[in-house]
Design a protein. Structure first.
Length: 559
C-alpha cells in the first residue's frame, strides 16, 4: 500500500496516466477493462505443473483464489514459476535441480512482482521447494501477501492398510532383498499415490506447510485441508478475500516473520517430528527477512520441545488424519499448553497465534497429537551435532528411532548412486556408518536428498543397525539414525573429505558430537591430500549455483 493509504500505491505507477497508455493497451487486449485496471492489482504466484501430483491441482485452486480477490474488489493477475518433484527425481542426476529450484522460484516470483508492481501477492505452493521458495520471495518483496499450501494427497490403500510414497521407496529395498515380488511392487506403486496433493506423511512439504501456518504467513486452518477435499476451494476463495483485507491493513511479511514467529515454527517442526529440511528452509527465510537465526536456536528449541505427533515417517498417521484431529491449530494449542508458544506473534489474519490456540478444536478421542503429559519422546524430532567431522554443524533426525549413539566403521562413497548400488548388492553390514560425500550445496551441486539410499536400507532390514552421514540432505520421508547437512562440505574442504573406509565414526547425541577417530593433524593431512572429483557442472544454472551457494549451515542461500 502506498502513501496516504492508497491501495494502488504500486500498480498506479505502472497503469495510470496518459503516459501509461501502452501498458493499458496491452492488458485491454487480453481482457482487462478500465474498471479492472482501476482496482488494486493482486499477483497470484502459481507453482502449477503437470510433472507431479503435489502441484497438479493448483491451476484449479488459483481460479478460486482469483474469485475471492474479485469479490473483495481487487483484480488478480496470475503468473507461474517452476517446480521440481523430489520424489520423481530422487536417486538421479535430476535431483540436483531440486534445491536449486527453491532459489529460482524465489527469484522469479520476486522479479515478476517487482516488474509488474503488484499491490499485493498470494503465492500458491505444493511440493517441497515451492513452499519455502514462495515465502522467501514474499519476505524479499515485503508487500501485503500470504502463502496458500495446496494440501496433502490422500493415502493409498494396499493390503488393507494406508500407504504413502515412503512405502514404495522402502518397497524397492524389500524387493532387492527378495522380500517383495515384482508383482507386489508393481501393485504397491499403482496404489500408493492415488491423486493430487503433496506427499501424505510429515515429510518436507507438510512440515513446511505447518511451519508457515504456525509462523503466520498462511492463514490458520488452511494448510491441512487435503488437496482434493471440497473444502479446499472454499479456503482458496477466502484467501483471495483475505489478501485484500491484508492490503487494507498494510500488513507485511516483515511484521509477521519475526524472531518469535520463527521460534514458534521451529517448535512446531520439532513437536511434529518433521523433516530436517525445516532447518535449511527456515534459515533461508530468516536470511531473506533479515532476522538473526542460527543452528543453535534449532537445537535449543527442539531439545526443549516434546515429540507429540504420531505421524509418518516415524509414526502411524498421515496429514489427512491430522486434519480430522484438529489440524495445525491443534499443534499450536499443544505448544501453548507446553509453555513453548510466543503467543503475541501476529498472523496474516490479524489474530495472534495465542488467539488461534484458544480457539483450536480437537476431535474427540483423537490420538494423532498426544497430550503434553504423554509425549512419544520428551525431546523433539532433531538435534544439531558438531565435532571434528562437522565443525560447522549437522542435523540429525531423532524421530522414528530410539538411538542416541552409534559407533562403527565407515563405508565411504563419493556419490549417492555408488552407495545405493552397495546397499542393493547387500554390501552394507549391521553396525556400518555409510558416508556419502560430494553431495553438498556446492559439491553436488544441489544437495540431493538420500531417500533412495535410506529407504533401501530400511527395506533390507538395516534401518535399526546402521547409521548414515552426508553433506547432502535427507527427505522428510527418511527415518533412521541419519546426519545430514554436514558442514563444511567435502567440496569446500570439510573434514568429511578425510574419512576413509574402516575409520571409526561416532554419533553421540547427548554430547551433541559427530566425530571420526582421527587427530586434527591426521584430518588436516588427509583433507590436503584428498583428490576432489571433477566438477559436474561448470556452466548453466547448476554451475552458477555451485559458485554462489552458501554453506548448509547458513541455509544454502545464494549470494
Amino acid at each position: 500500500m502506498g502513501a496516504n493509504g492508497d491501495l494502488r500505491g504500486r500498480s498506479r505507477v505502472i497503469l495510470d496516466g496518459p503516459d501509461r497508455a501502452q501498458a493499458r493497451a496491452y492488458l485491454k487486449g487480453i481482457g482487462f477493462d478500465d474498471d479492472a485496471l482501476s482496482r488494486p492489482i493482486i499477483g497470484i504466484a502459481n507453482t502449477w505443473t503437470e510433472t507431479m501430483p503435489c502441484n497438479f491441482h493448483l491451476r484449479r485452486l488459483a481460479e478460486k483464489v482469483k474469485e475471492g480477490v474479485r469479490e473483495a474488489g481487487g483484480t488478480p493477475m496470475e503468473f507461474n514459476t517452476v517446480a521440481i518433484s523430489d520424489g520423481i527425481t530422487m536417486g538421479t542426476e535430476g535431483m540436483r535441480t531440486s534445491l536449486v529450484s527453491r532459489e529460482v522460484i524465489a527469484d522469479s516470483i520476486e522479479l515478476v512482482a517487482r516488474g509488474h508492481m503488484f499491490d499485493a501477492v498470494v503465492a500458491l505452493s505444493g511440493c517441497d521447494k515451492t513452499i519455502p521458495g514462495c515465502v522467501m520471495a514474499l519476505a524479499r518483496l515485503d508487500v501485503p501477501s500470504l502463502m496458500l499450501y495446496g494440501g496433502s494427497i490422500a493415502p493409498g490403500r494396499w493390503r488393507g492398510k494406508d500407504v504413502t510414497i515412503q512405502d514404495v521407496f522402502e518397497g524397492i529395498g524389500a524387493h532387492a532383498a527378495g522380500d517383495l515380488s515384482d508383482e507386489d511392487l508393481a501393485d504397491l506403486e499403482s496404489k500408493a499415490s492415488p491423486g493430487a496433493g503433496a506427499c501424505g506423511g510429515q515429510f518436507t512439504a507438510n512440515t513446511m506447510a505447518m511451519a508457515f501456518e504456525v509462523l503466520g504467513i498462511s492463514p490458520a486452518g488452511s494448510s491441512m485441508v487435503p488437496a482434493e477435499d471440497g473444502k479446499k476451494g472454499a479456503v482458496a476463495v477466502e484467501c483471495g478475500r483475505l489478501v485484500m483485507d491484508v492490503l487494507k491493513r498494510d500488513l507485511r511479511p516483515s511484521s509477521i516473520i519475526t524472531r518469535d514467529s520463527l521460534e514458534n515454527a521451529i517448535a512446531a517442526g520439532a513437536m511434529s517430528g518433521g523433516s530436517t529440511n525445516l532447518v535449511l528452509h527456515l534459515l533461508a527465510v530468516a536470511h531473506e527477512a533479515g532476522v538473526p537465526l542460527a543452528l543453535e536456536d534449532f537445537d535449543r528449541i527442539a531439545w526443549n520441545t516434546p515429540l507429540l505427533a504420531d505421524l509418518k515417517p516415524g509414526g502411524r498417521y498421515v496429514a489427512t488424519d491430522l486434519y480430522r484431529a484438529g489440524g495445525v491449530p491443534l499443534v499450536i494449542k499443544r505448544l501453548k499448553e507446553a509453555g513453548l508458544l510466543h503467543e503475541d506473534a501476529i498472523t496474516v489474519t490479524g489474530e495472534t497465534v495465542g488467539d488461534i490456540a484458544a480457539k483450536a478444536e480437537e476431535a474427540e478421542g483423537q490420538d494423532v497429537i498426544r497430550p503434553v503429559s504423554d509425549p512419544i519422546k520428551p525431546n523433539g524430532g532433531f538435534a544439531i551435532l558438531r565435532g571434528n567431522l562437522a565443525p560447522d554443524g549437522c542435523v540429525v533426525k531423532l524421530s522414528g528411532h530410539d538411538r542416541m549413539e552409534h559407533s562403527g566403521p565407515a563405508r565411504v562413497f563419493e556419490r549417492e548412486e555408488d552407495a545405493f548400488a552397495a546397499v542393493i548388492a547387500k554390501e552394507i553390514q549391521p553396525g556400518d556408518v555409510v558416508v556419502i560425500r560430494n553431495e553438498g550445496p556446492s559439491g553436488g551441486p544441489g544437495m540431493r536428498e538420500m531417500l533412495h539410499v535410506t529407504a533401501a536400507l530400511v527395506g533390507e532390514g538395516l534401518g535399526d543397525s546402521v547409521a548414515l552421514l552426508t553433506d547432502g540432505r535427507f527427505s522428510g520421508a527418511t527415518h533412521g539414525f541419519m546426519a545430514g547437512h554436514v558442514a563444511p562440505e567435502a567440496r569446500r574442504g570439510g573434514p568429511i573429505a578425510a574419512v576413509r573406509d574402516g575409520d571409526t565414526v561416532t554419533f553421540d547425541v547427548a554430547a551433541r558430537e559427530l566425530n571420526v577417530d582421527l587427530t586434527d593433524d591426521e584430518i588436516a593431512a588427509r583433507v590436503q591430500a584428498y583428490e576432489q572429483p571433477a566438477k559436474r557442472y561448470e556452466s548453466g544454472v547448476l554451475g552458477k549455483y555451485a559458485r554462489h551457494v552458501e554453506s548448509a549451515a547458513l541455509g544454502a542461500v545464494t549470494t
